[in-house]
Ligand binder design. Structure first.
Ligand code: XMP
Length: 517
């Protein structure tokens, strides 16, 4: 279902920065989608994109297993921009030659623009004007194909940018999508507005209008359910589906007893009172705690919590009678069939509502499946959700269950809850809550010796974990000032019964992960 007027198609050749290209284009209020380089030509025709971007990639065009897109796309009369590997492939397929460069270029380079129209419209030209760009290539274009001319050069790329005289084909050796390419935004704007003739009309406002219309049409007068977790994605999903179909939507909130203090109350109150959304609030703490009794192994904990959730949710949904759809907050990074040339083994079985649609034979509605996280936040604000719900740090589906090492008991839950409140409270107070990706407490149920007053203590350890990340795939420990860590530590040891030691986790991901289990 393509509900957008103008789309830029990005064909992915496996570059680390492919998603970045998409974000930069969307920042210009033009919709775009990422597909594998092998997308069938019929599909491309059907999609009728306003332009195509060929991404970079880790290969040399002459490698025996190098990915090649169908050269017929060059005859579709759709503007094409090749970036790095994409540029080399475009030139090769048009009859030019690419070779291993003697001097590979990695990092910053100086670009001299030869023509200030097309991709470089509005930019300074000539020898005195050098533009900082970011390069990352071993190969380079050596022979320019017929019909093409060179539009920019750099010290080690005699053809750092090229264009066709008559066809809308352009190629750049550098990466316009990365911030170190200072003219990157100009180049992308020139491509999407100048060459592809797009209009900047893909805004959150227009997104809401088209999405609401599409949901209404799909759902008709049937019923929809949605699992509300208190997190950003499910809240925004519920809000937009509710905007479309009102009372036909019922949300189910399963309290598994592993939530933080006050975690979900605020968002539930908002939905009930301000938007008059139907929310069924199920307290299943006892069920989950008895399921988890005696379980120490992280994967078994995760499985039990996931299966328990499906059971409770299904029981509640049955009470609603005939339901046709399940609304789910899947985001674009989970949908993109990015070309990955490395096999990836699952590290942890993430808990989400993935198993539900099959079990319950429901059709899915995923209104956020085209959006990146920052776009979801913008959408949430536009829909009127409170800021505190929108800028909430991610919280894992299995909740505090995977932040208590070893067995989950009520006492241990109480300890980690109290410590967690203190961490978040102090991070917020000192303006660090929104600076980091996540900040939380982990309970290590090993006891260590301490001294309080005149007496010996023998109590648990709390680990503080604060990380910086863009997308949770990689992360580094946050350099939270010692003074703030000091305050957090003192408060936890003074205020939380059963803890006499606090440590700070200084591991990055990889090789560690963000959560401890
Ligand atoms: P890890 O621990 O794998 O976590 O580095 C990466 C990010 O995912 C969150 N996380 C989860 N989120 N269900 C979720 O919805 C899960 O089962 C789950 N496990 C981890 C984690 O908090 C971090 O942001």
């Amino acid at each position: 279902m393509n509900i957008h007027n103008e789309t830029i198609l990005i064909l992915d050749f496996g570059s680390q920065t492919t998603q970045l290209i998409a974000r930069r284009i969307r920042e210009q209020k033009v919709y775009c989608e990422i597909h594998p380089f092998s997308l069938a030509i019929e599909k491309i025709r059907e999609m009728a994109p306003a332009g195509i971007v060929l991404s970079g990639g880790p290969f040399s065009v002459y490698d025996s297993d190098a990915p090649h897109s169908n050269p017929k796309i060059l005859d579709l009369d759709i503007p094409i921009l090749g970036i790095c590997y994409g540029a080399q492939l475009l030139i090769l397929q048009c009859g030019g030659q690419v070779e291993k460069a003697e001097n590979r270029e990695f990092g910053k380079a100086e670009l001299q623009v030869l023509r200030t129209d097309g991709l470089f419209a509005g930019l300074e030209t000539g020898e005195v004007h050098h533009h900082q760009v970011w390069m990352s290539h071993g190969d380079r274009v050596e022979v320019v194909p017929e019909g093409f001319e060179t539009t920019a050069i750099s010290a080690h790329s005699p053809h750092a940018a090229l264009r066709h005289d008559k066809k809308p084909l352009v190629a750049v050796q550098f990466h316009p999508e990365v911030v170190h390419t200072l003219i990157g935004t100009d180049v992308l704007r020139n491509f999407i507005f100048g060459i592809c003739d797009c209009s900047p009309d893909w805004t959150m406002h227009s997104f809401i209008e088209t999405t609401v219309k599409a949901i209404k049409q799909l759902v008709g007068d049937q019923k929809v359910i949605c699992a509300l977790s208190g997190g950003v994605d499910s809240s925004v999903t519920a809000a937009i589906v509710h905007r479309a179909i009102g009372d036909q939507l019922t949300c189910i909130y399963v309290n598994n007893g592993l939530m933080r203090t006050g975690e979900s109350e605020a968002i539930l109150r908002f939905f009930r009172q301000t938007s008059k959304l139907n929310v069924i609030d199920v307290n299943a703490s006892d069920f989950f705690l008895s399921e988890l009794k005696g379980i120490l192994e992280p994967e078994i904990k995760r499985k039990k919590i996931g299966l328990g959730f499906i059971k409770i949710f299904e029981d509640e949904a049955k009470k609603l009678g005939e339901v046709a759809f399940l609304a789910q907050g899947t985001l674009y990074p989970d949908v993109i069939e990015s070309v990955s040339f490395r096999g990836e083994a699952p590290i942890k079985s993430h808990h989400n509502v993935g198993g539900l649609p099959e079990v319950m034979k429901l059709e899915l509605i995923e209104p956020l499946r085209e959006l990146f996280k920052d776009e979801v936040r913008k959408l949430g604000l536009e829909l009127g959700l409170p800021e505190e719900a929108i800028y909430r740090q991610p919280f894992p589906g299995p909740g505090l269950g995977i932040r208590i090492m070893g067995e989950i008991t009520r006492d241990r839950l109480e300890i980690v809850r109290q410590a967690d409140v203190i961490v978040l409270d102090e991070m917020k107070k000192h303006g660090w809550y929104r600076k980091v990706w996540q900040s939380f407490a982990v309970l290590l149920p090993i006891q260590t010796v301490g001294v309080m007053g005149d007496g010996r203590t023998y109590e648990y350890v709390i680990a503080i974990r604060c990380v910086d990340s863009r997308d949770a795939m990689t992360a580094d420990w946050s350099r939270v000032p010692y003074d703030i860590l000091g305050i957090i530590s003192t408060r936890i040891i003074n205020e939380v019964r059963g803890v006499n030691r606090v440590v700070y986790d200084i591991s990055s991901k990889p090789p560690s992960t963000i959560e401890w289990e």
